[in-house]
Design a protein around this ligand. Structure first.
Ligand code: ADP
Ligand code: MG
Length: 156
């Protein structure tokens, strides 16, 4: 059976000059996306994926200090306003898409309201069809330390 084609809807571009600005965009996006399930984060080390996740969780009402990168735990669960949010980090699974996918499945088993996935490119062919992609990159045209470009696309 052919996989169901997903359709890209809303596509958004942002430029930020500080981690706070990136977090604010993430928090704003949560107002539209919190019901949409899986948010896949793409970008190199230091691009701002964890910073964006912090913004999402803070936007949903979690205290800032509670959010840590789950790089060594792979999955970190948060309870926000009575809802479960899973934060998955697939760093270093680039050569094993199947294991990366199994880690995501494990996070999904408890049916979190929202799942945030760092290094989503490591899912390879297992990237879910219905998702929101957040692509973060350093802005080559501006200050390399603090300028980022962010592209957000939802596939329904
Ligand atoms: P990743 O999870 O993609 O490896 P992190 O979010 O852990 O990246 O790290 C990004 C780093 O870049 C943080 O130290 C953050 O403070 C810094 N930073 C500087 N400017 C920005 C910006 N505009 N947006 C996001 N992070 C920024
Ligand atoms: Mg990270």
């Amino acid at each position: 059976m052919k996989p169901k084609k997903s359709k890209a809807s809303a596509k958004k571009h942002f430029k930020t000059k500080s981690p706070e600005e990136t977090k604010q965009i993430a928090a704003d996006i949560m107002k539209e996306l919190s019901h949409k399930g899986i948010v896949c984060l793409f970008g190199t080390l230091g691009a701002g994926k964890t910073t964006f996740v912090k913004g999402c969780l803070e936007g949903l009402g979690l205290a800032a200090h509670a959010v840590k990168s789950p790089t060594y735990a792979y999955i970190r669960e948060h309870e926000v306003g009575g809802k479960r949010v899973a934060h998955v980090d697939l760093y270093r699974w680039e050569r094993n898409h199947a294991v990366a996918s199994a880690l995501l499945q494990q996070a999904m088993e408890r049916e979190p309201h929202l799942t945030l996935v760092e290094w989503a490119e490591n899912l390879g062919p297992y990237l879910p069809a219905q998702r929101t992609d957040v692509k973060l990159a350093h802005d080559a045209m501006r200050d390399g330390e603090s300028a980022r470009v962010i592209e957000i696309v939802t596939y329904e």
